[in-house]
Design a protein around this ligand. Structure first.
Ligand code: PEP
Ligand code: MG
Length: 883
């Protein structure tokens, strides 16, 4: 098979279509060579060879070696130099290149081909012995580290000692003879430490370097990076072997990096840096301060060092032309690496440039205006999850971060405040106008009021669907959850992380977009939702098929979601209403009542509260669909847990603490998530469902009268597995509906549907659809029940699974297409067979996750529903999925 693709001299065997095999670097070098840009000739070994290398016990196969040698013969013809030659040596760079860029994660070897004889020839040929010996020592240092495995610190130490001995400050102060001595020391230490000499045979060097680049695919840095970015191990890296060009051949040589537009603002201006007389890694290493490429940027920065534009006007002019050419070729902003060797410009890399969300928006909108891309392409250009950066305050990327811990990026945005450890303290602080971060080991429904009052939430335990994470996302409050490396010492009111101890009242900043916890206050950037953002969202809305609803439990959520463009409510978790204010007391009265009469008495008090909530939701949504779910959580979630709390609550309610404890013990469940919850509650206590249904219909009547808009409540029954369960609860709802409509003398259309949260419900969807008028996929529970993994405990082992490559993505974050997804497919298909026009939606956390939304489009769902702050992300993702 073909392992090697060559490029250079105005031609190339590959193109960007083969990026999976050639990697980003190889594909774009081929592309640039093919359109006639000055690219040093080279070859790329395909990434499949990486897998083969490992399969063969880390050996390169003969077929591949033969093809590499053949490719090198071509390079020799193109350059007029010969590999291994001692008069006109061909020197090579050997670099990695994966399908998506993994900056700095893998290894590189430069100046390959040098040895004791070739170095003399290079000096002679270039007329610069100092350059030749400097290149040789760089090569030994890189090769010694990357291929032979001697830590680069060892070489750095030798160099520092030599500089001190010679009284030099900079590397550039060393002469040819002095570098020659450093080379001697390097070779000695290698032989001494490793027991083998530095290889003089260029072919040995070449195979060693190629093997080392393949090996670096599995180094811990690259593995971690892949885990963080969900990059499969099976992809492997390609290897590009390319003719060296030298930016360190004196004052007419230079090397630099540039963006074709400004990557932080998006402004249409060339933006970059370069160094005279330097090799590529010097720019990145930050030892010398690079100079601006354009004169305008130089003036802006106030630097007195000349710009490339002034210093090398011809090379600059050519570079500018190439930038324009590449933008019109790729139709995107490019990130470029170049080298100027004695006045001659060479392009070493082009790739789509990383940019801030703000820049991405501006560039996309500008490029539509410039006729470079279509509106749909502009919509496809924006990474949906990056909108988080726009919708919340974010940490100013220019400031230094003092990180003291990190956890999961559970709810985006950054927040600063004084540390408090209890919900009560957070509420007090809010009343006094103080900003606080609520720090807990984990949160429970009782903390809701404190979570509302805080600027942000930090927990040391719990995953992406933990209580803290779900509630914070719903409220649009930044949250870092499961910061396991940090410790909360409640007794002494301390938060401890990375050797730093903070006390209650100390200022802390959390970054819910990265999961970082920072000491002190940090400058922030504020969100901006007009201009380019609004334009792109308009294009996105035009392109999408699915509608986007929101999960909203309170009027505040509903209003925020409307402002973000939600087209209805897909899930109102009614239980959250019971935690507000005094309601929790009435709720507890209901739960602790010993008979139906007692429960009904408490429910009568809850009814007007629920009714007013629903009226408000219907009014805000003004005729848009509103899906209300019947009570779902097990009742003990509403009761106090610790002895002190039990005592306090019992006293407040005028009950015996002993009595209360007995009731709590009676409600105890071994496995509450699979226990007495969901529709099972409505079946055991139909009076609860009755009260809720009455509140919904009475609210619908009054909202319809008030707003004049038709209110169509969609009532949803949770955790149904059997059709007979739904029949029973639907019976209660229908009966109450008839009663209320009779009393009000007003017809209200309504739907009764079910959540699909259990594998049984998915499989029996055709039967359940006989009773259900719609389905909403509750993928949090469906993931939990399909995997048999507790959503509250999975965070303890999922990271291990990811590290060991057992799963790539946390299935509670991104839908498991193969398993949970298959159940959704089955349910959608079977449900629609029974009821072809049945509305299908999703309201689990996956409803706001871009890749899961693509899946929903594939399956043909009618809508996705997500927390308010994710609504724009969902609108954009749904558009991308439909394009
Ligand atoms: C679900 O299970 O996906 C769902 C939306 O319900 P909850 O998260 O409230 O259990
Ligand atoms: Mg659920």
């Amino acid at each position: 098979r073909k392992w090697v693709y060559t490029f250079g001299g105005g031609a190339a065997e590959g193109s960007r279509a083969e990026i999976d095999q050639l990697g980003g670097k190889g594909a774009n070098l081929a592309e640039m060579a093919a359109i006639g840009l000055p690219v040093p000739p080279g070859l790329t070994i395909v990434s499949d060879a990486c897998g083969l290398y490992y399969k063969n016990g880390k050996r390169l196969c003969e077929d591949l070696k033969a093809q590499v040698l053949q490719g090198i013969a071509g390079i020799e013809t193109a350059t007029g130099r010969a590999f291994g030659d001692t008069s006109q040596p061909l020197l090579l760079s050997v670099r990695s290149g994966s399908r998506t860029s993994m900056p700095g994660m893998m290894d590189t070897v430069l100046n390959l081909g040098l040895n004791d004889r070739a170095v003399e020839a290079l000096g002679h040929h270039s007329g610069d012995a100092r350059f030749a010996w400097d290149s040789y020592r760089r090569f030994i240092q890189m090769y010694g580290d990357v291929v032979m495995g001697l830590d680069h610190e060892v070489f750095e130490e030798i160099l520092e000692d030599e500089k001190a001995r010679l009284g030099h400050e900079l590397d550039t102060d060393l002469s040819a003879v002095e570098w020659q001595h450093v080379v001697k020391l390097y070779k000695e230490i290698l032989e001494q430490e490793l027991g083998e000499p530095f290889p003089q045979d260029p072919h040995v060097q070449l195979w060693g370097a190629i093997g080392a680049v393949f090996s670096s695919w599995m180094n811990p840095r690259a593995q971690t990076y892949r885990m963080l970015h969900s990059i499969p191990e099976a992809w492997g890296t390609s290897v590009t072997v390319q003719t060296m060009v030298f930016g360190n051949l004196g004052s007419t040589s230079a090397t630099g990096v540039a963006f074709t537009r400004n990557p932080s603002t998006g402004a249409k201006e060339l933006y970059g840096e370069f160094l005279v007389n330097a090799q590529g890694e010097d720019v990145v290493a930050g030892i010398r301060t690079p100079q601006s490429i354009t004169e305008a940027a130089r003036i802006d920065s106030g630097s007195d060092k000349p710009s490339l534009e002034k210093l090398m006007p011809e090379a600059f002019a050519e570079f500018e032309t190439i930038c324009a050419r590449l933008e019109s070729h790729y139709h995107d902003m490019q990130d470029l690496e170049f080298t100027i060797e004695r006045g001659k410009l060479w392009m070493l890399q082009a790739r789509s440039g990383k940019r801030t969300t703000k820049a991405a928006m501006k560039i996309a909108v500008d490029m539509v205006a410039e006729g470079l891309i279509t509106e749909e392409e502009a919509v496809l250009r924006i990474e949906p999850s990056s909108l988080d950066q726009l919708l919340h305050p974010t940490i100013d990327p220019r400031v230094e971060r003092h990180v003291i811990g990190s956890g999961l990026p559970a709810s985006p945005g950054a927040a600063t405040g004084a540390i408090v450890f209890t919900a009560e303290e957070a509420v007090e602080a809010e009343a006094e106008g103080r900003k606080v971060i609520l720090v807990r080991v984990e949160t429970s429904p009782e903390d809701i009021h404190g979570m509302h009052a805080a600027q942000g939430i930090l927990t040391t335990r719990g995953g992406m669907t933990s209580h803290a994470a779900v509630v914070a996302r719903g409220m649009g409050i930044p949250c870092v959850s499961g910061a396991g490396t940090m410790r909360v010492d409640l007794r002494n009111e301390k938060l401890i992380g990375m050797g730093v101890t903070l006390t209650k009242g100390d200022i802390v900043t959390i970054d819910g977009s990265s999961g970082q916890v920072l000491k002190g206050e940090v400058p922030m950037l504020q969100p901006e939702l007009s201009g380019d953002f609004a334009q792109l969202m308009e294009w996105a809305d035009r392109a999408r098929r699915m509608t986007v609803r929101t999960n909203a439990d309170t009027p505040g959520d509903a209003r925020a979601a409307r402002s973000f463009g939600a087209e209805g409510i897909g899930l109102c978790r009614t239980e959250h209403m019971f935690f507000e204010g005094d309601r929790i007391h009435v709720m507890r009265e209901m739960i602790l009542a010993e008979d139906e009469a007692g429960r009904r008495a408490a429910l009568d008090k809850l009814l007007p509260m629920q009714r007013s909530d629903f009226t408000e939701l219907f009014t805000i949504m003004h005729g848009l669909p509103v899906t209300i779910r019947m009570l779902d959580p097990p009742l003990h979630e509403f009761l106090p847990k610790s002895d002190e709390e039990i005592e306090e609550v019992a006293n407040a309610m005028g009950l015996e603490p002993g009595f209360m404890r007995r009731r709590i013990d009676a409600l105890h469940e071994f496995n509450p998530m699979l226990g007495h919850r969901g529709c099972r509650l409505a079946i055991s206590y139909p009076e609860i469902a009755e009260m809720q249904a009455r509140a919904i219909f009475e609210a619908a009547v009054s909202a319809a009268r008030e707003t004049g808009a038709a209110v169509v409540p969609e009532i949803m029954v949770p955790l149904v597995g059997l059709r007979s369960e739904l029949d029973y609860v639907k019976g209660v709802i229908d009966r109450v509906a008839t009663e209320v409509m009779g009393e009000a003398k007003l017809q209200i259309s309504y739907l009764v549907g079910t959540m699909i949260e259990l594998p049984r419900a998915a499989i029996r969807a055709h039967i359940i659809a006989e009773a259900a008028e719609f389905f909403s996929f509750g993928t949090n529970d469906l993931t939990q029940t399909t995997f048999g993994m507790s959503r509250d405990d999975a965070a303890r082992f999922i990271p291990t699974y990811q590290k060991k490559g057992i799963i790539v993505q946390d299935p509670f974050v991104s839908l498991d297409f193969d398993g949970v997804g298959e159940l959704i497919r089955i349910a959608a298909e079977r449900g629609r067979k029974t009821r072809p026009d049945m509305k299908l939606g999703i309201c689990g956390e996956h409803g706001g996750d871009p890749t899961s939304i693509h899946f929903c489009e594939d399956v043909g769902l009618d809508y996705v529903s997500c927390s308010p702050f994710r609504v724009p992300i969902a609108r954009l993702s749904a558009a991308q999925a439909a394009i």
